[in-house]
Design a binder for this molecule. Structure first.
Ligand code: ATP
Ligand code: MG
Length: 662
């Protein structure tokens, strides 16, 4: 790898990958080893999509009946279909075929909440478990098309339950076990789930979560649910309702017949997933079978350079789309080993995630900027006391990653020997949209770089909808052509699907995010369109101001919002948290402001800069700017939907603090 200076502003550094000098097995070459190869494949994916996707589908997925049409329908009509005529089974592709070929290969490594409680599940064992769960589902009378809600901790049994659903053509609806009874009930009702799979309790960061109790409370308002399957995670005594609640261990042990996979149509529904709720009430996106599987397998292979023998640890919970696509379906469809991490990266201390990498010889680490920033905040010693030499590719997802955090990830975690892959995508898109290719793309810290195969991005003028072509343009990010893993609908509200994504701008899919394409054609995601700040006619992104702030060594995280201003239209309010152990001071404040002025310009100077202990985040660690915007505007009494807020108590504290400061 070569680094070109200047490094002072990390945004301007260039990192050119080279698998021969980075950590790469001597006897292998990457799936894509040059930028030319990436370009050629991308061009084919756009100009000859039928050829491209036919090839990918045949390489990655086994169809029981071949498809006759690669793609039909259009974005504007919202009726896209992929691989029509085909029949396949997801669990067959992710489990059976590996259980036949490499039965003793490890499918899942389970890293339990308490360190030291790890265990491995081979593909053969996984198949046995999936078949048993499917048998239990059949005994419940579930039939193809029925929906199952899953409210479980990050345990292998959660992944097995998802796979058991797909084995029978059941639709799963995984709800993050951390959501309240009210949020769970809403999702169960909205998806009309008939069965809930849960655990007695959950454990996360040493804390007990009373899953079964929460399910019981939720079900008071969910008449559609007839059975609850209860996995014994801790073995605690929990009330079991006669006739409805069934013990996992008992029910599975009674299954003695192998349950074969049910082959379903390419376009049959596969799962429902609610968005993470950063901007408001979550939307229940519907994903279908073949397109989703081909999309995640293709991106898992190329964005991460994954092959059998590799070990990926995606720290995302299965209750989030990242957990679906890159902790379960993508890795297992490729026959690789996936680490299911039940705990949190800093439990019991800041070395936990790094110890997981060391213990399980993780080759691919996939986590979120929020985790990277918070681990960086704890200091380098936690990283340096572990052996991370197994790591080959380190990746990020969920929010724009500040260049400062990117460089830390690259140099301290990756020891400058692993490419950083910043993957931009959404629940709606099923798989990566814009991402570097690890051993092919020269990266710039903070940029997601270039489009994935099949993705043709466009930057539009937000007001006129006109496409802004060429370099150095800023606007709203849209996608011009359908790709296989795009969500097909919002459950029960196809009109909302059309208006939100397909009809906002003519003929294209609207991501809701703002983006910039620089002079070299690199894409920079600037955050959500609603978060773009307009000061006296100058449009600025929250991401660029936050990145300038975080360059200050004392700063851990920051969130910037625009609030109404009589004179300038909007003014900037910045919220800042400091590195562990540091105290706020006028000096820090002044140096932050000086940095913003020199990096972006005086126009970006915050009118208010508030030091806080914690930023409000949702349960996936994403900063909730909409809440900060309300608080900063003095509208703390109208905070809107708070069901996805991770720690409601932090909001109360924040309101009090901001009230004093502003
Ligand atoms: P909601 O739609 O309910 O407000 P959400 O958008 O946070 O929630 P997700 O689908 O989980 O729910 O997140 C997708 C969004 O996350 C993207 O639209 C983008 O704003 C942000 N995002 C994800 N990955 C990246 C990335 N690598 N760089 C920048 N932003 C990212
Ligand atoms: Mg969204």
């Amino acid at each position: 790898m070569t680094v070109e200076e200047p490094k002072q502003n990390p945004t301007h550094a260039l990192y050119k990958p080279n698998f021969r000098t980075e950590r790469y097995p001597k006897n292998r070459t990457p799936w894509i080893s040059s930028f030319e190869q990436y370009k050629a494949m991308h061009e084919q994916s756009i100009n000859e999509p039928d050829v491209f996707w036919r090839l990918r589908a045949s390489e990655l997925v086994e169809f029981n009946t071949p498809f006759h049409t690669v793609c039909s329908g259009s974005l504007s009509e919202g009726n896209v279909k992929w691989f029509e005529g085909g029949k396949l089974n997801i669990s067959y592709n992710c489990v059976d075929r590996w259980a036949e070929k490499t039965p003793d290969a490890v499918a899942i490594i389970y890293e339990a909440d308490q360190p030291g409680g790890a265990k491995s599940v081979t593909y053969k064992e996984l198949l046995d478990q999936v078949s048993r769960i499917a048998g239990v589902f059949k005994s419940f009378g579930l039939e193809k098309g029925d929906t199952v809600a899953i409210y479980m901790p990050m345990v292998p049994e959660a992944a097995a339950t998802m796979l058991a659903c797909t084995r029978l053509g059941l639709v799963h609806n995984v709800v993050f076990a951390g959501f309240s009874a009210h949020s769970l009930a809403e999702r169960i009702r909205d998806s009309n789930s008939k069965v809930v799979v849960t655990s007695d309790q959950g454990l996360r960061g040493g804390k007990i979560i009373h899953n079964k109790k929460i399910v019981d409370e939720a079900l008071l308002t969910c008449p559609s649910v007839t059975k609850v399957l209860v996995f014994e995670r801790t073995g605690a005594e929990v009330p079991m309702q006669q006739g409805r609640d069934v013990s996992w261990s008992k029910a599975l042990s009674e299954q003695n017949e192998f349950v074969p996979p049910v082959f379903v149509d390419s376009e049959d529904p596969m799962f429902i997933m609610y968005t993470s709720g950063s901007t408001g009430k979550p939307k229940g996106l519907l994903h279908t079978t073949a397109g989703y599987l081909v999309g995640v397998a293709m991106t898992a292979r190329y964005s991460f350079d994954l092959s059998s023998g590799d070990v990926i640890c995606s720290t995302a919970d299965v209750g989030w789309i990242t957990g679906h696509s890159y902790a379960v379906y993508g890795p297992l469809c490729l026959g690789v080993t996936t680490v299911i991490f039940e705990s949190i990266p800093n439990y019991p201390d800041g070395s936990r995630l790094w110890k997981v990498v060391e213990d399980h010889k993780v080759t691919h680490l996939y986590t979120a900027p929020t985790a990277i920033r918070s681990l960086r905040r704890l200091g380098d010693e936690f990283v340096n006391c572990t052996d991370l030499s197994s790591l080959r590719v380190i990746a990020s997802v969920g929010e724009p990653i500040n260049p400062e955090a990117w460089v830390w990830y690259k140099s301290v975690v990756g020891k400058d020997l692993c490419p950083v892959v910043d993957t931009y995508w959404q629940t709606e898109t099923g798989s990566h949209l814009i991402t570097a290719i690890p051993f092919a793309t020269t990266t710039k810290p903070g940029s997601a770089t270039f489009p994935m195969f099949g993705i043709e991005p466009a930057i539009l003028d937000p007001n006129t909808g006109e496409e802004l072509t060429g370099p150095n343009v800023k606007g709203v990010l849209c996608i011009k052509k359908p790709w296989p893993s795009i969500a097909r609908s919002i459950l029960g509200d196809h009109d909302r699907y059309l208006t939100t994504y397909m009809h906002a701008y003519k003929g294209v899919y609207f991501t809701g995010d703002a983006a910039m394409r620089d002079e070299d054609g690199y894409y920079w995601i600037n955050g959500r369109v609603d978060d773009v700040i307009n000061v006296s006619g100058h449009r600025m992104s929250t991401a660029e101001i936050e990145s300038a702030i975080i360059q200050n060594e004392s700063v851990a995280e920051s969130a910037v919002v625009g609030i109404e201003d009589e004179i300038t239209g909007q003014s900037i309010c910045a919220f800042v948290t400091l590195q562990a152990g540091l105290k706020e001071s006028d000096q820090i404040k002044k140096s932050i402001i000086a940095k913003i002025r020199s990096e972006i310009g005086p126009i970006a100077t915050p009118k208010n800069l508030v030091f806080v202990n914690e930023l409000p985040k949702n349960r996936f660690g994403k900063i909730l700017r909409r809440i900060l915007r309300k608080i900063a505007s003095g509208e703390s009494d109208q905070l809107g939907d708070l069901s996805t807020v991770a720690d409601p108590h932090s909001i109360t504290e924040l309101v009090a603090r901001v009230h004093i400061m502003l």
